[in-house]
Design a protein around this ligand. Structure first.
Ligand code: ATP
Length: 315
């Protein structure tokens, strides 16, 4: 549905987004993850036609975002990080205005606003001035304006920014629900947000695409942890066993035991071979399990790798 090809955006000499390529398919909920200043907002603005790339090309459903901006914007619901809401306007007035701006036909507007308000839980607040709403409800208004024309693609920039935990949970629930019918790209610097809502993760670091994978794949580890009695020679015993790329003693476990990290070759599950070797060599196996990865540890590693690559280039 979305094709991003070698897109770069510079502000003066600084590249906020650098040679990013991505494809996003219909129905995906993609989390765009990155620290402050990583380039998330810049990428989203280009995707929605509010900012032109310095280089590269973006199409949505085959339509070029730069040359056919209006056509693309009809298909997109965009909730900017600080959606321009008019505090003195009533919620209903504002949503009717946004429906008109988004091209909803006059005779359909009232109904479209009613549906958007219903989906975002704004039903009882339609006649209140926006300025009197809590921040959580203002975010809902931001979401309602983004979906009022029933777009097939929703682009949400930090949708839970500044909300309290209860409000965060209800907005996430709402996003999950919206994801049943629309493709969603959601930017955040909150790792739990991605874990809670997204099925695919795109990580930007300093404007560069650092990772792009299904969440489960990103969290999957290719390291097995094996705890045996101290003195069992695991390194020698696993030499030549198929599917094992590396064996390293990591730390001492409980007294009398030793913990080993066994790195598996891509696409292999050598647990049975490890257990067979343990039996052959008479090791006292206390535990064997795949290493648990968290999004936080993955993110930290991506950052370390990014910094190391930068140093290599500079050297
Ligand atoms: P945040 O999470 O803080 O919103 P972000 O990942 O969305 O950050 P961007 O807002 O896209 O990051 O900014 C990326 C880089 O581009 C930053 O270094 C920022 O200072 C710079 N930048 C953004 N907008 C402009 C602008 N209009 N002029 C100059 N530099 C800009």
């Amino acid at each position: 549905m979305i094709r991003i090809e070698h897109v770069t955006r510079k502000y003066g000499p600084i590249a906020a987004v650098s040679d990013v390529s991505l494809n996003i398919e219909r129905g995906e909920i993609v989390g765009l993850l990155g620290h402050n200043g990583a380039g998330k907002t810049t990428l989203m603005k280009m995707l929605t036609g509010y900012l032109e790339p310095t280089a590269g090309k973006i199409t949505v459903a085959g339509i070029d975002v730069v040359t056919d901006r209006n056509d693309v914007q009809r298909q997109i619901g965009y909730m900017p990080e600080n959606a321009p809401l008019y505090p003195e306007m009533l919620v209903q007035e504002y949503l009717l205005m946004m429906a008109e701006l988004r091209g909803v036909a006059a005779e359909r507007r009232q109904k479209a606003v009613g549906i958007a308000a219903g989906r975002t839980g704004l039903g009882h607040h339609m006649l209140r001035p926006i300025g009197q709403l809590s921040k959580g409800y203002r975010q809902r208004v931001g979401l309602a304006q983004a979906i009022v024309h029933e777009p097939s693609l929703l682009v949400l920039d930090e949708p839970t920014n500044g909300l309290d935990p209860m409000q965060i949970e209800s907005i996430r629930e709402l996003v999950r629900k919206l994801g049943e019918e629309s493709t969603i790209i959601l930017s955040t610097h909150i790792l739990q947000e991605v874990e809670a809502v997204c099925d695919r993760v795109v990580v930007l670091i300093d404007g560069e695409l650092s990772a792009d994978a299904p969440l489960q794949e990103l969290l999957a580890s290719n390291v097995l942890r094996l705890v045996v009695a101290d003195g069992d020679d695991v390194k020698a015993g696993l030499g030549g066993v198929e599917g094992i790329a590396a064996v390293q003693r990591t730390e001492d476990g409980p007294p009398g035991t030793a913990s080993w990290a066994i790195t598996c070759a891509p696409g292999t599950t050598p647990t049975p071979a490890v257990l067979a070797a343990a039996q052959r060599h008479g090791w006292t196996v206390q535990a064997v399990a795949p290493e648990q990865r968290t999004l936080e540890s993955v993110f930290r590693k991506l950052q370390r790798d990014h910094i190391a690559r930068g140093k290599e280039v500079a050297a």
